[in-house]
Each structure stands twice: as structure tokens, then as C-alpha cells.
Design a protein around this ligand. Structure first.
Ligand code: PXP
Length: 245
């Protein structure tokens, strides 16, 4: 059965909109766990636009389920991750101008650096995952670079399920992107990797992905935090947990 990783970054996004102390993502982590989260995910970005160093330290001290840190290959962030030693680190690309993580990490192009970073993290006892597009050569490169896990980027499917602005979704695009995810899942399992999925997954588009056998974790942020504004985080997490179980 797949676990639910709840990404709490956007609680910190609201806090940072006023540069104040509330809402606290550490409180959000507690609420998410009470709602059934199997994993708390956060991204400590170089620009600290949402989660900051204080949050990372307190999350490490207080989260009692799996703690997953999304991180770039930047030396400063790697040093923090090694010292923090979360349960898992997910290596992601990072670009200052992006609204959220765009595209998977190009492990083929950055194989030497990924190998170096994954070794440092593994030596600190951290499970290393790489966030990659559903592409065969990226899966093999992640394995060869020492990653134990991959997170398949589901953004193309998420965009297809939404459709272009003002138009209906194209069912052929949905089918193609779902087929890519299914193939990548199987390729990852065949390569001996633990396979996760995430990005753009919502209450309405999760079903076809959640029904695939073999995923071990779904990392979901925006949709859960958006719903939590209306229902509270505990209920929002419990509802998504029901959908991925
Ligand atoms: N997985 C990874 C690697 C991400 O970078 C993000 C976004 O921070 C997510 C999952 C969650 O994406 P969303 O907020 O669209 O659910």
C-alpha cells in the first residue's frame, strides 16, 4: 500500500506573504500526522521563499513519521541536509524564477554530482530519492548514481487532466501521460528502486495513479493545503489518505 507524503511548504508560503510567524508549518506537520500522513515533506529552497532553516530543525525534532526533505544539489543545502539527516531526501532541480519545481532532475546530465551528493546523504543514514521525469534513461541514471528511490514527476499528467485554459482536457493526452507513468513505475521496480510519485496530484486526478500497483509513496502539497483552508488540514489529509489507500 502506498503512503501519503504531505508537502507543507504552502503553509509557510502564507506565513512568508506577511513575513510573520503564522501559520506555522510545524503545527501543520502535527495536524497532517493526526489526519493520517505517513510522511511530512518540505522543500528547503536556496531562496528560502517558504520553508526556512528554523522550520527544518523543528520538523526534524517533532515529526514522528517519515520526514522527506526536497533539496537541490547546491552545496549549502547539501551541507544542511547531511547535518539534519531527515529520513529521506528527494533531489530536485531548482530554478530561481520558477513558481514551483518544473520538470524532473536531469540525473543523466548531473550524474557525477548526484553520485557525490547521494553518497554523502547515504553516509548520514538518509534514504536518497531523485525526482525525475518518467523517462527510462533517467531511471537507470538515478539507480547508477546511488539513489535507492525515485519520485516520478506526474506534472505532465496533471496538466493533461486539467486541460488547456478554457478548454476541455484531451483524453488522448491523459492516456499518453498515464501510460508514461505506468511504464516508468514498472521500469523503476525492475531496476530495483522504490518508486514514488508526485506533483500536481489532486483530489480529482489522483484515482488513475493511485490505482497503479507498486507505488510506495505519493507526495502531494498544493491540493491538500488548498482544501485545508475550507475543511481544516486534518480532514483534508484524511480525505486524500482515503483516496490513495
Ligand atoms: N514532489 C516534488 C518533488 C515537488 O517538488 C513538489 C512540489 O513542491 C511536490 C511533489 C508536490 O507538488 P504539488 O504541490 O503540486 O502537490
Amino acid at each position: 500500500m502506498a503512503g501519503l507524503g504531505v508537502n507543507i511548504d504552502h503553509v509557510a508560503t502564507v506565513r512568508q506573504a506577511r513575513m510573520t510567524v503564522e501559520p506555522d508549518p510545524v503545527w501543520a506537520a502535527a495536524e497532517a500526522q493526526l489526519g493520517g500522513a505517513d510522511c511530512i515533506t518540505f522543500h528547503l529552497r536556496k531562496d528560502r521563499r517558504h520553508i526556512c532553516d528554523r522550520d527544518a530543525k523543528l520538523l526534524k525534532q517533532t515529526v514522528t513519521c517519515k520526514l522527506n526533505m526536497e533539496m537541490s544539489l547546491d552545496p549549502e543545502i547539501v551541507e544542511i541536509a547531511v547535518a539534519l539527516a531527515p529520513t529521506q531526501a528527494t533531489l530536485v532541480p531548482e530554478n530561481r524564477r520558477e513558481i514551483t519545481t518544473e520538470g524532473g532532475l536531469d540525473v543523466v546530465a548531473h550524474a557525477d554530482r548526484v553520485t557525490e551528493v547521494s553518497r554523502a546523504l547515504r553516509d548520514a543514514g538518509v534514504i536518497v530519492s531523485a525526482f525525475i521525469d518518467p523517462v527510462g534513461e533517467q531511471i537507470l541514471a538515478a539507480r547508477d548514481a546511488g539513489c535507492e528511490a525515485i519520485e516520478i514527476h506526474t506534472g505532465a499528467y496533471a496538466n493533461a487532466s486539467l486541460g488547456p485554459p478554457g478548454a476541455n482536457p484531451d483524453p488522448r493526452k491523459i492516456d499518453t501521460t498515464i501510460a508514461e507513468i505506468r511504464t516508468a513505475l514498472q521500469d523503476g521496480i525492475d531496476a530495483g528502486l522504490i518508486v514514488h510519485a508526485g506533483h500536481g496530484l489532486t483530489y480529482t486526478n489522483i484515482a488513475p495513479v493511485a490505482s497503479m500497483e507498486g507505488f510506495r509513496e505519493f507526495n502531494i502539497g498544493h491540493s491538500i493545503i488548498a482544501r485545508a483552508i475550507f475543511t481544516g488540514l486534518r480532514r483534508a489529509v484524511a480525505k486524500m489518505k482515503h483516496l490513495v489507500a
